[in-house]
Design a binder for this molecule. Structure first.
Ligand SMILES: Cc1cc2nc3c(=O)[nH]c(=O)nc-3n(C[C@H](O)[C@H](O)[C@H](O)COP(=O)(O)OP(=O)(O)OC[C@H]3O[C@@H](n4cnc5c(N)ncnc54)[C@H](O)[C@@H]3O)c2cc1C
Length: 403
C-alpha cells in the first residue's frame, strides 16, 4: 500500500491550509464572541474567499459548482478543514447540508434539484435533517411517531422532532415520517422535503448543549410539525424508502465526520504539546518533563495515527468496492475515532489545567460540541453491536436485528 499523497493532492492541501490560516482560524474568536448568527457577515466573507479561490464544495460534482474530489481526497481535505469547528461550513461541505446534497443529487427529481440542491450548493440557503424524536429512541430509527398522510395531493405532517441540527435559519428540512404504517418496520417511513416557511412547521426552541444554546448552523432545534402541508411532489425517493436512504446518507457522512474529528485531534494534540513544552511547574521544569504527560502525548500520537489510517482504509474500500463492502469498517471507525477524539481532547484539557476549561483556548468548545460524537450518527453501543453481530454470525451465532 502506498501512503504517499499525489503532488496535486499535496498542493490542494497546502492551499487549503493557507485559506484556513487566512480566513477560518481568525473567525473563531469572532464567532465565540458574537455567536454564529451575529458573525454572519464575517462568515459569508470567508465563504466567498474560498469560493473565489476555487476551494468550494469539494464533495460535489463540478457541474454543481463543486470540486468533484474522489472520496479519499475529500477525506484528506476534511482533516485539514476539521481542525476548526468552522472549517467545513466555510468551504460548504458541512453536516447536515453535505448529506442532504448527496441525497438530493442521487434521489431528487429535476424540479427538486432546481429548487433545493442548486441554491444549497451555491451557499444561498441552508438545510436540516429531521429524523430523531424526543419520545422515541433515536437508536432505532424504524420506530417513529411522526406521520405524513396524503390528502388531496398534499402530505399532511404531524409530529415532534428534536436535535434537528442547524434548523434555526434553515430554508428547508428533510423530514422522516411514517407514510406506510402497515408495512414492515424498515419500510414504513419516507423522506419529505419541507420548506421551513410552510405553515405548521413550528420552530419550538434551540436546545442548549452543555449550557450553550448556539444559533443558526451551530445549534440543534426542537421542531413541531402541526398539520404541516406540502405538495405530494415533495416526496424524496420512493414511498417507504426513508430508512434505506437514511442509512445510505449516513455511510459517507461517517467518514467525513471521522476525518473532521482527526483534524480536531491534531489541533488538540498541538495545543497539548505546546502547553507541555512551555508551562513550567518550577523554574526550568516544564510539564513535558513529567512522564505522565509524556504518556498522554505518546498515546495520543499513536491513537490519532491509527485512527487516520483506519478511516483512510474505510474510504479506500468505499472508493474501490462500494459502501456495502465497507459497512463493518464504517461502524468500527465511527465508535473508534469518536472515542479517540474524546480522549485526546480530554488529555489536552488536563494538560492545560484550569485554562483548559475556559474559553481562552478552543479546547472547551471542541469538547462541548463533540461530546455528541459518541451519540449522533449511531451511538457507540449500536455500532459495536452491529460489528459483533457480524463477527458472531461467521461462527454460527445469529443475534437478529435489534440491539
Ligand atoms: C450533537 C447532535 C446532533 C444531532 N443531529 C441530528 C440531526 O441533525 N438530525 C436528527 O434527526 N438527529 C440528530 N441527532 C440525534 C441522534 O441521531 C440521536 O441522538 C441518536 O440516534 C441516539 O438516539 P437517542 O438520543 O434517542 O438515544 P437512545 O436511542 O435513547 O439511546 C440512549 C443510549 O442507549 C444506548 N443504546 C442505544 N441502543 C443500544 C443498543 N442497541 N445496545 C446497547 N446500548 C444501546 C446508547 O448508549 C445510547 O446513547 C443529533 C444528536 C446529537 C447529540
Amino acid at each position: 500500500m502506498d501512503f504517499a499523497l499525489s503532488p496535486s493532492l499535496e498542493a490542494l492541501l497546502a492551499r487549503t491550509r493557507e485559506l484556513m490560516d487566512a480566513h477560518v482560524y481568525p473567525l473563531e474568536p469572532v464567532v465565540a464572541e458574537k455567536g454564529f448568527v451575529g458573525a454572519r457577515a464575517e462568515l459569508l466573507a470567508a465563504r466567498e474567499a474560498c469560493r473565489r479561490a476555487g476551494l468550494w464544495l469539494p464533495q460535489m460534482p463540478e457541474e454543481l459548482g463543486g470540486m468533484g474530489l474522489p472520496f479519499l481526497e475529500h477525506a484528506h481535505m476534511s482533516e485539514v478543514l476539521g481542525r476548526s469547528l468552522l472549517g467545513h461550513y466555510v468551504f460548504n461541505c458541512q453536516a447536515p447540508d453535505a448529506g442532504n446534497m448527496e441525497l438530493l443529487l442521487e434521489q431528487g427529481t429535476e424540479e427538486q434539484k432546481d429548487r433545493f440542491l442548486k441554491p444549497l450548493c451555491a451557499g444561498q440557503i441552508r438545510s436540516c435533517f429531521s429524523m430523531t424524536e424526543p419520545d422515541r429512541a433515536g437508536s432505532n430509527p424504524t420506530w417513529l411517531d411522526t406521520t405524513a398522510t396524503l390528502e388531496d395531493g398534499m402530505w399532511v405532517i404531524n409530529g415532534r422532532k428534536w436535535f434537528t441540527t442547524a434548523a434555526d435559519g434553515a430554508d428547508f428540512a428533510i423530514v422522516m415520517a411514517v407514510t406506510e404504517p402497515d408495512a414492515l418496520p424498515h419500510q414504513r417511513a419516507s423522506m419529505i422535503l419541507v420548506p421551513t416557511s410552510t405553515p405548521g412547521f413550528e420552530h419550538t426552541r434551540r436546545i442548549p448543549i452543555m449550557g450553550e444554546e448556539g444559533s443558526g448552523w451551530m445549534s440543534h432545534s426542537e421542531i413541531t410539525y402541526r398539520d404541516c402541508r406540502v405538495p405530494e411532489g415533495n416526496l424524496l425517493g420512493g414511498r417507504g424508502q426513508g430508512f434505506l436512504l437514511a442509512q445510505h446518507r449516513l455511510g459517507p457522512g461517517r467518514i467525513h465526520h471521522c476525518m473532521r474529528w482527526i483534524g480536531l485531534c491534531e489541533r488538540a494534540f498541538d495545543l497539548m504539546c505546546a502547553r507541555a513544552a512551555t508551562r513550567e511547574l518550577a523554574p526550568g521544569k516544564p510539564l513535558g518533563t513529567r512522564q505522565m504527560v509524556q504518556d498522554w502525548i505518546a498515546t495520543s500520537r499513536a491513537e490519532i495515527d491509527a485512527a487516520r489510517l483506519y478511516v483512510q482504509k474505510a474510504a479506500w474500500t468505499i472508493d474501490q468496492k462500494g459502501l456495502y463492502a465497507a459497512r463493518t469498517e464504517i461502524s468500527c471507525i465511527k465508535f473508534f475515532v469518536a472515542n479517540v477524539l474524546q480522549q485526546v481532547v480530554d488529555r489536552a484539557i488536563q494538560t492545560h489545567g484550569a485554562l483548559g476549561i475556559t474559553e481562552d483556548t478552543p479546547l472547551s468548545a471542541i469538547f462541548r460540541h463533540e461530546r455528541g460524537a459518541r451519540i449522533y450518527d449511531g451511538p457507540d453501543e449500536v455500532h459495536k453491536y452491529v460489528v459483533a453481530r457480524r463477527a458472531l454470525k461467521a461462527h454460527g451465532l445469529e443475534l437478529g436485528g435489534g440491539g
